[in-house]
Design a protein around this ligand. Structure first.
Ligand SMILES: [Cu+2]
Length: 591
């Protein structure tokens, strides 16, 4: 290689009079950033015109290496700091050798800038720069991510904070972003293939005859007959994932500084592909002040579950030298960790992972009551079958006789649901589970947030009663890893969208016929959870967890014309078909 010394000299020489070119980081020059490692953590970008460059490279997390997709050279990509009432121009340059995209998750934008390939936008071709310019109409905590293929799993995501035009009702001395996600050295398409082969592939906590789960022989037989697993809590687990806090593994020591007496605002974003987290700060009370970017009346809690794609803002007053922020994966196969530290290096104890939870009768959609904690004093004998453990509490099904109970009775489904191999489970008696803290948190012995605790801080602007009800079933065949709405797997252009008239007010009921919790996200809108909040103060969200075997209802004002994505935010569920297009008519137009 006689040219090597020459080219090296050439490069060195260029440096002496081409400082500008050399000062430009590798990611900005474009192309693969193979040999320059992707940084963990993120910079902050702001102003009226922001450049984002999508590139590829190698990531290393706690010694594990894998290929990744970075934006501006880091995972997560940069924090976009925007200001309500201004306009912003976002220039997204794609240096990958395949298409990319950015969806501004939670931001109200015109539909053609929403960044979902195949829905009013073709995607960003290799070498192309896509510009999204729009007015910033809201304040709060949001995030952005690729909507192309499985890029989000590889690292293509980052946080958004929008500062309010006026005074912020949340008073805090410090303001931090805590973006939770996961790292895997596996190629995301490899994960998809493994899930297709066997849904329990990553579930190393499977019940077996020799393990020490509190299930007796009869219970094991019952779960086996149903071809289900009581430990089937998350599809992809800590067996491959390292859980990340702002891109850092739990041993990599992410710190947030505080001084005694200060109020610290933490903007918690679940930017993971497949994980629900249970978040707590042992010893601290967390005041939940915003959900999905929208201010709520403060709720003091000691733990909350955050579904994929949700955000919660909390305010804490740390005490002592340090406090540990623990984000435990819902199946307790790992945790992301950060520290509130009074001085650099200060640490508090990290609690061990708790016992993995088991699915319950309620998760199978066989509730007979009105929801969690409401089963006391029920006369089970009068219901004609012997089900002593019929509660939403996390008890295994002691002595349950499943005879005569069909979990696949498709006659329970409305005619709008397409019955076929895509459905292997039908909730027998789905109930409103918005008072449920989430899988595994029923009996933790301290106060846990539920959706029923959320009350909007300000009055909502549409007081109308919905004029119609739309029921949508979340369906799936877990064994074949097929996921769908109403039994229909999404297959692009041929599908009939869900249609709304312009400004129509609709109550949407999402019924979960499966045994997994699904975080359902509607683009372009906020909807109001029907959670018993005082009239006019239902909390607004863009993503809602529908608990297994349960339902949620929300009121939607369809006032953003255009085609919008509507999907489960578990990446591999979306990729396997749990996706639809919502079409909102133009003003005066026909749906
Ligand atoms: Cu899902």
């Amino acid at each position: 290689m006689s040219t090597l010394p020459l080219s090296r000299r050439h490069l060195l020489g260029a440096g002496t009079f081409g400082i500008g070119a050399l000062a430009m980081p590798a990611w900005a020059r474009g192309g693969a950033i193979n040999d320059s490692a992707i940084r963990a953590g993120f910079d902050e970008v702001s102003g009226t015109s922001i450049d984002l460059t999508v590139g590829e490279g190698m990531r290393t997390v706690q010694g594990r290496r894998g290929r990744g997709i970075a934006v501006n050279g880091s995972v997560p990509g940069p924090l976009l700091r925007l200001k309500e009432g201004t306009s912003v121009r976002l220039n997204v340059r794609n240096t990958l050798d395949h298409d990319s995209s950015v969806h501004w998750h939670g931001l109200l934008v015109p539909f053609y800038l929403d960044g979902v390939p195949g829905v009013s936008f073709p995607g960003i071709s290799p070498g192309e720069t896509f510009t999204a310019e729009f007015p910033v109409r809201q304040a709060g905590t949001y995030w952005w991510h690729s909507h192309s293929a499985l890029q989000e799993q590889a690292g293509h995501y980052g946080p958004i904070v929008v500062d309010p035009a006026g005074p912020d009702p949340v008073e805090a001395d410090r303001d931090y972003v805590l973006l939770l996600s996961e790292f895997t050295p596996l190629d995301p398409h490899t994960i998809m293939k493994k899930l297709k082969k066997g849904e329990g592939y990553f579930n190393y906590q499977q019940t077996s005859w020799t393990d020490d789960y509190p299930l007796d022989a009869g219970q094991r037989l019952m779960w086996g007959r149903m071809r289900m697993m009581a430990t089937d809590i998350l599809d992809v687990t800590g067996s491959t994932y390292t859980y990340l806090a702002n891109g850092h593994g739990p041993e990599e020591g992410l710190e947030f500084a505080f001084s005694p007496g200060e109020r610290v605002r933490l903007r918690v974003i679940n930017g993971s592909a497949m994980s629900f987290f249970n978040v707590r700060i042992p010893g601290a009370v967390m005041h939940v002040v915003a959900a999905d970017g929208q201010n709520v009346r403060p709720v003091p809690v000691e733990e909350f579950q955050i579904g994929t794609a949700e955000t919660y803002d909390i305010v804490v007053e740390p005490v002592g030298e340090a406090m540990t922020i623990v984000a435990e994966a819902m199946d307790r196969s790992g945790m992301a960790v950060a520290t509130l530290a009074r001085r650099p290096g200060a640490r508090a104890a990290i609690p061990p992972l708790r016992e993995p939870p088991l699915l319950t009768v309620a998760d199978m959609g066989m509730n007979h009551g009105s929801g969690a904690g409401d089963m006391e004093g029920m006369d089970h004998a009068a219901m004609g079958h012997d089900m002593p453990a019929m509660t939403t509490a996390p008890e295994p099904m002691g002595g349950m006789d499943m005879g005569g109970m069909s979990m696949r009775d498709t006659s329970l489904l409305p005619p709008t649901v397409k019955v076929g191999p895509g459905i292997d489970m039908v909730a027998m008696n789905p109930v409103d589970r918005m008072g449920d803290p989430g899988i595994g948190l029923d009996r933790v012995g301290h106060r846990v947030l539920t959706y029923n605790d959320l009350v909007s801080l300000v009055r909502n602007d549409d007081p109308r009663t919905p004029s119609r009800m739309l029921e949508i079933h979340l369906t799936g065949n877990m064994e074949r890893y097929m996921w769908s709405f109403d039994g229909k797997k999404y297959s692009a252009v041929s599908d009939d969208p869900i249609r709304f008239a312009y400004d129509e007010r609709v109550r949407v009921k999402l019924v979960n016929d499966t045994m997994m919790a699904h975080p359902i996200h509607l683009h372009g809108h906020f909807f109001e959870l029907v959670n018993g909040a005082p009239e006019g103060f239902q909390p607004q969200k863009h993503t809602v967890i529908v608990q297994p075997g349960g339902f949620v209802q929300f009121d939607l004002t369809a006032d953003e014309p255009g085609d919008w994505a509507f999907h489960c935010h578990l990446l591999y569920h979306m990729h396997s078909g749990m996706f639809q297009v919502v079409s909102v008519a133009e003003p005066g137009g026909v749906g």
